[in-house]
Ligand binder design. Structure first.
Ligand code: COA
Length: 188
């Protein structure tokens, strides 16, 4: 009898990019169910709230494939994976620069729960050089990010930055990096 294979694809997704989408589609071809798990706890200072990140991912993925679900999680990733009854974590690798961090993450997760395996997919070459951070950096200065992120994300980025929102979530623009702070706004 065929046993259903569920993989968990965790991330901050601040915001989801076309690179993530590509990995989700490719991951779905390998597993019966793919859960896109959006982290509440993250060392990053997200631009989008958890609810916004989940909502944007859902909108971008659409609901035509019942084998892909998006949900938030908090606490330790491996505990969430175990609670979900899954054993596989899916992660993308872009360049060598990702390797060390991903290696640490995978080994720590394995130490915490040995039964959970991390599976890596190479990111498609078109998305090798994009990241959520670089997309936010461009969008925050009015740069055109069309084609790099789903349309709903493009609109939301535009709206956030049109409201004068948050350079804290865009580290290369942070005041400590000599970034621009709109007049009348504090650096906090
Ligand atoms: N194409 C293009 N870019 C990609 C990509 C792809 N296929 N896959 C990842 N990226 C980019 C993302 O845009 C992102 O860029 P950024 O760093 O500029 O934001 C970066 O690579 C990775 O981000 P993301 O995919 O969102 O994952 P993450 O590394 O932020 O996720 C968690 C980290 C959520 C898995 C980790 O913090 C976690 O497990 N948290 C839960 C708490 C926990 O268990 N902690 C202990 C872990 S040992």
């Amino acid at each position: 009898m065929h046993q259903e294979r569920t993989a968990i694809y965790p991330g901050t997704f601040d915001p989801l990019t076309n690179g993530h989408l590509s990995l989700i589609r490719r991951g779905r071809e390998l597993f019966d169910q793919l859960v896109v798990a959006v982290a509440a706890e993250t060392p990053k200072h997200p631009l989008f709230t958890l609810e916004e990140r989940v909502q944007l991912a859902r909108e971008a993925i659409g609901d035509s494939d019942s084998g892909i679900v998006v949900e938030p999680f908090d606490g330790l990733l491996v505990d969430y994976v175990a609670k979900r009854g899954a054993h596989i974590l899916l992660r993308g690798l872009r360049a060598v620069s990702d390797f060390e961090y991903e290696f640490q993450l995978a080994l720590m997760n394995r130490r915490l729960r040995r039964e959970i395996q991390t599976v890596f997919l190479m990111t498609d070459y078109q998305w090798l050089y994009i990241s959520s951070t670089i997309v936010k950096a461009a969008a925050s200065l009015g740069g055109n990010v069309h084609g790099l992120v789903p349309e709903c994300v493009e609109r939301s980025l535009h709206n956030k930055y049109a409201l004068g929102e948050v350079r804290r979530a865009t580290p290369c623009l942070a005041p400590s990096a000599g970034g621009f702070v709109p007049s009348g706004k504090s650096n906090a």
